[in-house]
Design a protein around this ligand. Structure first.
Ligand SMILES: Nc1nc2c(c(=O)[nH]1)N[C@H]1C(S)=C(S)[C@@H](COP(=O)(O)O)O[C@H]1N2
Ligand SMILES: [Mo]
Length: 373
């Protein structure tokens, strides 16, 4: 217990739930994601290897672009800042395994509830500005990302994780080389001095402690790109199936999700309470959220939520709904978001896959009004 406290205290974290100690993995209970911008103290942590050495001089941190480019670049953070225009966007970062614990039977990996996500203001330069300066060759097809963290055994021979994205995703304006989070120098645990933010896709493509981007003429094949890693079956599998021989595709955009951030699960209200304000957040990977609805009767009837417009693409929407209660008793509040393709969250996770990616089953909180006997 003592160790658990200190691992999170060390990084200034406030009441996160530890899912793994080495590598350190911690999620944020949904009710602590009630801020419009997730404070650093409440932002989830996901590591796949050990932590790298801390860099004393952030501005001197170097990062390279090589491979299928006309002019390979090797730049310090100071040079990045002086050569390219800085941008700030508020964007969701979400682990590909977020929601995994709701799969039945249990899927392999960290048992995330819905707290493997947060929405922060990221400041940096668009990766595309730097790629244009390097000059992409015609054969440039995919990126390969390299960080400074050793793998679980402490070795640098193999990357803890090295994923990549198709060039089109790398060339989106919102794909950033980021050095600040919520206006502060990017914290070490979140990849400082420099990380990638590739919004809308599994967090694993947002390399922390970024040292190098290799531009390739084929799909990248680093750790996290092969086997069943971050891949989902093309044809739905029966739950529990081993899936080793299934045809799979890379998980790209994350599915639509909403979370209820207030009331907290298990809240009680005084007898006679007839209205409750429910608050939350919703996001939809590369897509927009078109509406969020709440239900207290298992989806028989729905109440539309009011949404605050996102500040920029990839920001989450904050929403609130006023729920009328017919009387005292026990209620389960469901929230359901719908994306711009008309896809809503399911009641049950029907997209079971061996590694448990993309589970976006509706979030539910239970509340009591008055004495329940
Ligand atoms: N270098 C490096 N980058 C990494 C990882 C890692 O283990 N090493 N984990 C990835 C995964 S799986 C996720 S979900 C996000 C989490 O970012 P955070 O810890 O800042 O929340 O970082 C990604 N970038
Ligand atoms: Mo992740």
């Amino acid at each position: 217990m003592q160790d658990r406290m200190s691992a999170l205290d060390l990084f200034g974290k406030d009441r996160l739930t530890i899912l793994g100690e080495t590598p350190l993995v911690a999620e944020t209970p949904e009710s602590l994601l009630d801020d419009d911008t997730t404070p650093i103290a409440r932002f989830f942590i996901r590591n796949n290897g050990l932590l790298p050495e801390r860099a004393d001089d952030r501005e001197a941190w170097r990062f390279a672009i090589d491979g299928k480019v006309k002019h390979p670049l090797d730049l310090s953070v100071a040079e990045l800042k002086s050569r390219f225009p800085a941008k700030t966007f508020r964007m969701v970062l979400e682990c590909g395994g977020n929601g995994r614990s709701f799969f039945e039977p249990k899927a392999e990996g960290n048992a995330w509830t819905n707290g493997g996500a947060g929405c922060a203001e990221w400041t940096g330069v668009s990766l595309r500005d730097v790629l244009y300066a390097a000059g992409l060759e015609d054969t440039a097809f995919f990126t390969g990302h390299f960080g400074a963290d050793p793998d679980k055994t402490g070795s640098m021979e193999r990357q803890a994780m090295s994923r990549g994205v198709p060039i089109a995703k790398a060339l989106e304006e919102h794909t950033l080389l980021a050095w600040a989070m919520n206006g502060e120098p990017l914290p070490f645990i979140h990849g400082g001095p420099l990380r990638l933010i590739v919004p809308g896709w599994p967090g694993s493509v947002s390399q922390k402690w970024l040292k190098r981007i290799w531009i390739r003429d084929r799909e990248h094949d680093g750790p996290g790109m092969t086997g069943l890693s971050y891949r989902v079956p093309v044809h739905p599998l029966p739950p529990g199936f081993d899936g080793k021989h299934a045809e799979t595709r890379i998980l790209e955009s994350m599915p639509v999700r909403s979370i209820i951030t207030a009331p907290a699960h298990g809240s009680s209200y005084e007898a006679g309470t007839r209205t409750i304000t429910v608050r939350g957040a919703a996001w939809a990977g590369d897509d927009a959220v078109t509406h969020v609805d709440c239900s207290i009767d298992g989806g028989t009837t729905w109440v539309p939520a009011q949404m605050t417009p996102p500040r920029n693409r990839y920001d989450w929407v904050r929403w609130a709904a006023t729920i009328e209660l017919p009387g005292d008793g026990y209620y389960e509040i469901f929230a359901r978001a719908t994306d711009s393709h008309g896809r809503a969250q399911p009641f049950r996770a029907v997209n079971w896959n061996p590694n448990g990616y993309g589970c976006n089953v509706m979030h539910r909180v239970a509340v009591r009004v008055g004495e329940v006997s």
